[in-house]
Ligand binder design. Structure first.
Ligand SMILES: [Zn+2]
Length: 122
C-alpha cells in the first residue's frame, strides 16, 4: 500500500525543461569551446547584444576597471544606454562595481558563471 510516490513527478520534469532552455550563440562571440553553440539564459543576457558584449570585452582588458564615463567615451554610445547595459550585466553578476571618489568603477567579475563555466571569451 505504499504507492504515494508514484504520479507526482510529472510536473518536475516540466520545470527542468524550462530552466534548461538555451539560446543560439551570436555570431560576434568567438567560439572557444568546440560544440558550444548554445548559451544558457544568463550568458545570452551577457552577449545577446553586440554592444553589451563589447563592454564585457573592454572590461575584460582593463585591470583596474572602468568608469561609466570611460566606457561611454570608448564605445560611443549614449551614457544611459551604457548604464542600462551595465545594469543587465550586474543582474547576472557578470560585473561588479565600487565607488571610487565620486565615480563608480565597473570591473568584470571573472569568476562569474558565464566566464568560468560557460567560457564566454573576453
Ligand atoms: Zn552560461
Amino acid at each position: 500500500m505504499n504507492n504515494k510516490k508514484l504520479g507526482k513527478r510529472n510536473s518536475d520534469t516540466k520545470n527542468s525543461e524550462k530552466q534548461s532552455r538555451t539560446y543560439p550563440r551570436p555570431v560576434w562571440v568567438p567560439r572557444v569551446v568546440s560544440g558550444e553553440e548554445e548559451l544558457c539564459p544568463d550568458c545570452f543576457k551577457v552577449v545577446g547584444e553586440r554592444s553589451r558584449y563589447n563592454l564585457v570585452c573592454m572590461l575584460g582588458k582593463s585591470k583596474d576597471g572602468l568608469t561609466v564615463g570611460q566606457l561611454t567615451e570608448k564605445i560611443k554610445l549614449r551614457q544611459p544606454t551604457v548604464t542600462h547595459h551595465l545594469q543587465v550585466l550586474n543582474s547576472v553578476e557578470a560585473v561588479s562595481s565600487e565607488a571610487r571618489g565620486r565615480e563608480r568603477v565597473y570591473k568584470l567579475n571573472r569568476s562569474a558563471h558565464c566566464f568560468e563555466e560557460c567560457k564566454i571569451p573576453y
